[in-house]
Design a protein. Structure first.
Length: 228
C-alpha cells in the first residue's frame, strides 16, 4: 500500500474519532431512574446513589447528562411505583431508563404472579418513557437483603430463594420485552462477608456497593448513549 494511502487512512480515522468525541461532548442526554429504596439510595448521601454515580461516570467519559430524574421511594412495591409515576407531572421522553423494583413485593409476601403482571406494566411504561425504544431500557435485578445484619434471626435461605424466584420473573419478562438486563444480585451477596458493602442502617447497600453496581451498568449505559 502506498504511503499516501496510509496517511489518508490515519488522518481519516483520527479526524473521525475527534469529530465523534466532539459530538458526544456537545450533545446532552437525559436519564430516568425508576425504583424503590435501592434507587433513591436509602441511608447514603445523594452522591452515593447508583443513578447519580452512573451519571457521574458517564460525565467523566465525555457523555453529558443534562437531566437525571429519579422516581423512587423507600418501601415502594410495583403498584406503588406505578402510582408514583402517575402523580408526577414532569415526565417526558428520556435517552435512558433504568428500572429496579420488587424487593418490597417479596418482603411483604406478595404473590409472584401478581408481581409479574405489575412488573410488565412498569416495563411497558419504561419503554414508553424511552421513546418506545426498548434498547434504551435497563432492568436491574433485585439485591438479596437476607445477607444484611437486619435479617439476623430470619430464614435467610428462604429469603434468597424468594429473591431468586422474583428475579427469575423480571429476567424472563425483560428478555421477552427485548430490554437490557443486569444481574447485580451476586454483588449484593458479597456483603455476607464484607460489612463495608452495607450502609449504616444495617440493611441497605453502602456507596461502595453501589459503585460496584455502576461498574456493571456503565458499559451498557455508555453504549446506549453513544449509539443514540
Amino acid at each position: 500500500m502506498k504511503l499516501k494511502t496510509w496517511i489518508y487512512i490515519i488522518l481519516t480515522t483520527f479526524l473521525g474519532t475527534a469529530c465523534n468525541n466532539h459530538i458526544m461532548e456537545s450533545k446532552s442526554f437525559t436519564y430516568l431512574a425508576l425504583g424503590d429504596s435501592y434507587t433513591i439510595g436509602e441511608s447514603v448521601s445523594v452522591q452515593e446513589r447508583y443513578p447519580v454515580k452512573l451519571s457521574d461516570s458517564l460525565e467523566k467519559s465525555g457523555i453529558n447528562i443534562s437531566g437525571l430524574k429519579i422516581i423512587a421511594r423507600t418501601g415502594w412495591t410495583t403498584d406503588e411505583l406505578s402510582l408514583g409515576i402517575d402523580k408526577d407531572t414532569t415526565l417526558e421522553e428520556y435517552d435512558i431508563v433504568t428500572l429496579l423494583i420488587g424487593v418490597n413485593n417479596q418482603y411483604r409476601g406478595r404473590d409472584i404472579e401478581n408481581y409479574r403482571t405489575e412488573f410488565n406494566h412498569l416495563l411497558k411504561r419504561a419503554v414508553e418513557f424511552a421513546g418506545n425504544e426498548k434498547q434504551k431500557v435497563i432492568v436491574i435485578s433485585i439485591p438479596d437483603w437476607g445477607v444484611a445484619p437486619f435479617a439476623a434471626g430470619r430464614d435467610t435461605a428462604q429469603i434468597a430463594r424468594e429473591i431468586d424466584n422474583f428475579n427469575a420473573v423480571n429476567y424472563e419478562e425483560s428478555k421477552k420485552a427485548g430490554v437490557h438486563y443486569i444481574d447485580i444480585t451476586p454483588i449484593s451477596r458479597q456483603a455476607k462477608n464484607d460489612s463495608t458493602l452495607i450502609a449504616a442502617d444495617g440493611l441497605h447497600p453502602s456507596g461502595k456497593m453501589y459503585a460496584l453496581w455502576v461498574k456493571e451498568i456503565y458499559p451498557i449505559a455508555s453504549s446506549i448513549l453513544k449509539n443514540n
